[in-house]
Write a protein that binds this ligand. Sequence first.
Ligand code: NAP
Length: 359
Amino acid sequence: MSQSTPRNVAVVGATGVVGRTMLQVLLERDFPIAELRLLASGRSAGRTVEAGDRTIEIREATAEAFEGIDIALFSAGADTSRELAPQAAARGATVIDNSSAWRMDPNVPLVVSQVNPEDLEGHEGIIANPNCSTMQLAPVLMALRDAVGIERVVVDTYQSVSGTGADAIAELEEQIHAHVAGEEKHARVYPHPIAFNALPEIDVFLENGYTKEEWKIVTESRKILHLPELRISCTAVRVPVFVSHSEAVHVETTAAITPDRARRLFGSVAGVVVHDDPATHAYPLATTAAGRDEVFVGRVRQDPSVPDGRGIAFWVVSDNLRKGAATNAVEVAEALVERGWVEAAGRRGASRAPVEAPA
Ligand SMILES: NC(=O)c1ccc[n+]([C@@H]2O[C@H](COP(=O)([O-])OP(=O)(O)OC[C@H]3O[C@@H](n4cnc5c(N)ncnc54)[C@H](OP(=O)(O)O)[C@@H]3O)[C@@H](O)[C@H]2O)c1
């Protein structure tokens, strides 16, 4: 198949916040699609969705629903991915999965499009999209890794409610209305009211005292950057922001680095924009990153707590639904198409045209 051959694409979780963004990004980027199959739970089966000039009926995500699909973008939670991704792959689809189900599987590539696309080559039908907080961190850490080396990273996140999904967006809205009306704020999705609050608990607590979200940032960063021994720590905080995650990052580098050099390094990474002029109060904001595909970096400064000019501190913001999820998944799909790696490595070998015997 050539690069422009339209593919049969499925979006699993098409009614969700990420799934709807995936649909939007596929259409915006003109991804070559033959059939677009929208899948969700049985609750949504039969509903219709407008996708460009097509009206598409939602189907229930079952193993059979992947028959004939080339690329399946999953964003329907880890349980659904664990059950259905292998079945989709067994039917010949290549799965790009947004959940945490497969990310740390040593046989599954975990890919940020501008950081480690070469890891896609050997995929066996399932590819993992990193956690949204890891996603925006990896391209800027890559720039430091390649130029001056990284010894240690400390990252604290300020994560929006859309990272939890549609229910959490509704909960923040309800609590804001309740506050304005002088009523009690009820929490269903989070353990405490999220409106006018900051919750240092994202995902479940682990035995080591970290939350699972914090530990995802630790383990996923090491895998993506190919730095298995990287010293990295994180505190992940949910804040009452609708879209975009922000991160305060402190990096101890191997060689000295200045803020000017760091800005140049960050600005040279595809998809990274430096927005850094304290004199005019210019720095990345959640509201300006929302709806954009880039990772924004600012507040770049020397960290004087690290000796010999080897400490650098900065602020990273990105739209968690776009680069943090949907855009990266579509970029991975584009990379597979461009490189001729859509089919699983085993199938590419098996399906190669037979070599003609010399006459
Ligand atoms: N939000 C983010 O920033 C973000 C970033 C990266 C990764 N993710 C991951 O993406 C996934 C979805 O997140 P979201 O924010 O889009 O959540 P969401 O808004 O709650 O949407 C969940 C989607 O999953 C579908 N679903 C639920 N159970 C299903 C089942 N048994 N079979 C098939 N489909 C099922 C839902 O379909 P119905 O409408 O039919 O229930 C809906 O389409 C999660 O794994 C999440 O961790 C989210």
